[in-house]
Design a protein around this ligand. Sequence first.
Ligand code: ADP
Length: 644
Amino acid sequence: MAGERVLIIDDNRSARDFLADQVLRPAGYEVLIARDGADGLHQAVRESPDLIILDMHMPRLTSAELLNMLSQQGRDVPVILVTEYGSEAQAVHALRLGARDYLTKPFVVEDVAAAVERAMREVRLRRERTQLTRRLMTTNQQLERRLQELSTLISVGQSIIAQLDLQTVLNRVVEAAVRITGAEEGLLLLLDEDSGELYVRAAQNIDDTMARALRLRVQDSLAGQVIRSGKPMAIGDAGLQKIKTAYLVRAVVYVPLKARERIIGVLGVDNQRSERAFSQHDIELLSGLADYAVIAIENARLYSATEAAKGRLEAILRSTEDAVIVVDETGRLVLHNTAAARAFEFKEEEATGKALEEVIHNEALLMLFTPPMQARRGEVVLGDGHVLNAHVTPVAGVGYVVVMQDITHLKALDRLKSDFVTSVSHDLRSPLTAILGYVDLLARSGPLNETQQLYVEQIHHSVKTITSLINDVLDLSRIEAGLDQAKVPVELEALLHEVVEGSRSQTEVKGQQLTLTVTQPLPPLLGNPARLRQAVANLVDNAIKYTPEGGEIQVEASPREGQIVLRVRDSGIGIPLADQPYIFDRFYRAAAASSGRTGSGLGLSIVKSIVENHGGRVWVESEPGRGSTFTVVLPALAPVTTSQ
Ligand code: ADP
C-alpha cells in the first residue's frame, strides 16, 4: 500500500528477496531490510515501520530478545514471525511475546500475502482509531472552549439583569469581549448624536487618558464605517491598520450596537502586537455581547427616564397644597404627600405600607373606603375644624387615589349663603301665606268669569310651588342646624308601609308597579320618625317622577350586621355617570332628567342630611336608560341590656 512500510529482519538473503520481490513490492509496500537482529532493532526504532517480518533464528540478537526490547521501548509494531518447519513450540513462545502471526518456511506467496494483509488490516484499523481519538480530542477541546464562551456570555447576561449601573455592565461586556476573543484590547464606543463622533464609553487594557481623548469621526474611521453600514467589520493580515493617527493595530474587529434599527455605537477588540486575525466565530461572539450591551444601555435609559419622571411626580406631589393619599387594593398606604401627613397628623416616615386605619383615624375619610368601592366624594372635617373635599378614584393596577382640597373658606361662604337663603325664605313665607289667603278670598268675594277663575287657579298653583320650595329650604336648614336632634326608637317596617301606601295612588295614575319587600324582621333604630318618613318619601317620589309610565319601583329593606339596608330601585331613566357625584348637592338637577319634570333640586340634599343626621350613608348606583338604585344604610338601635 502507498506509503506503508514493512521491515524484513532476516539473515537469509533468498528469504529476504523472496519476501520483498515476490510479495511486498508487488503489493505496493515500501520495503526496509535488516540482516540481523541488532540492525533490525536499530531500524525498527529509527524508521517506525508499519509491520516487521522477523526471522526467529538470527545471529547477534534473538527474535525473543528483539521483541522484548521493542516492547520495553513502548513500540507497539505488529510483528510476523518466520519459523522453520517443525519449530511450532518456538512460534507459540514468540506469539506469547507479542508477535501477531507466524509464517513457516518454505514460503508460499499466497500465505505470506494473506498474513501481511491480515496484519496490515489491524495496523490500518489501529491508525484510524488513533486518528479518530485525536479528532475526538480536538472536538472535545473546541466544545470545552465553546462552553467556556457560552458561560461567559450567560454570566454577562445575568450581570446585566442584576445590575442597574450602566458603567459596571459595559465594563463587563468589554472585559468579556477581550477574554472570549483572546484579544489584547477592547473598547465600546457610543455615538454622540450632537457631534456625530464616537467616544469611548468602556475600555479594557487601553490607557485611561488615551481612552478619554479618543474621539472618532463617523465619516472617516473604521468604527464609523460600521456605524454607517450597520455590519460587522474585521481587518487582519493586511499590515498595520489605523484606528486613529498614532493608534495602530495589527488586527481589529468591530460589531455594531443595534437598538431597534438604530445604531448607537460599536463594540470592538484589537491586537496591537499579535499578528493573529479574528475569525468569523469571534465576530459572532462579539455580536452576542453587543446585543447584551444594547439591552443594558436601553434598560439604563428607560430606568433613568422612569426615575426622572418619578422624581418630577414626587416633586409635584410634595409641593401641591391638596392632600393626596394612595391606598393599594388591600387598603395599605402606598403613597402620600406632606399636605396629607400635616392634615391627618401622622409621621410621614412611618406611614408607608401600613393599613390606612392604623395611620389615619378620621371617621369621615375611612367611611369613603367602605365597600362597595367606587368613585366617591365626601367632606372630611379635620380636628382643627378645616373641611376637606375628598375624591376617591379607583385606579386599575394601583388601588385608590384620594385627593382632598381644603374647602373651609367655601364652606364659610356656603353657610353665609344658606343663612341668607333661610332668612329670605323665612321672610317670604308670611307674605306668601297672605297672597294665598287673598287668592282664596277673591273667589269668595264675588262671581269670577272663566278667565279670572283660570288666573286665580294658576296664581294658587304657583304660590303653592314657591311655598313648597321655601318649606324645603327651611327644612334643610333646620336639619343641617341640628334642630331635629330628638330621637326615639322607630320601627322602620311600619314607616315604610305608610310611605309606600301613601304613594300608591300616584303610581296607579302612571300605571307603575310599586312593591315593598322586607324578608327578615328589621331591628328598631333610633331616629326622628317624621324626618325618616320624609327621606324615604323623597326617594320614592323621585323614583315615581323619573320612571316612565308602566315602570317598576321596588322598596326593599333588610338587616345586616347591626345595620339596616334600605334600597329604592326603579326601572326609570337613570342618571348619567357625570351627574352622579353631584345629585346630593343642593339645587343640583341632572339636565336630562329635569327637563319637563318639576323639582327644586333639594329633595336628595334633604335625604342626605337626614340620613347623615342618623349616622348613616346614602349612595346611588345608576345606569342611564336602565334605572337607579338608591341605597341607605342606617345603624340599628343597639339591644338594650337590662341589669338584674
Ligand atoms: P329634584 O327636585 O330635581 O327631583 P332631587 O334633589 O330630588 O331634585 O334630585 C336631584 C336630581 O337627581 C334630579 O334632578 C334628577 O336629575 C336626579 N334624580 C334623583 N332621583 C332620580 C331617580 N330616581 N332617577 C333618575 N334621576 C334621579
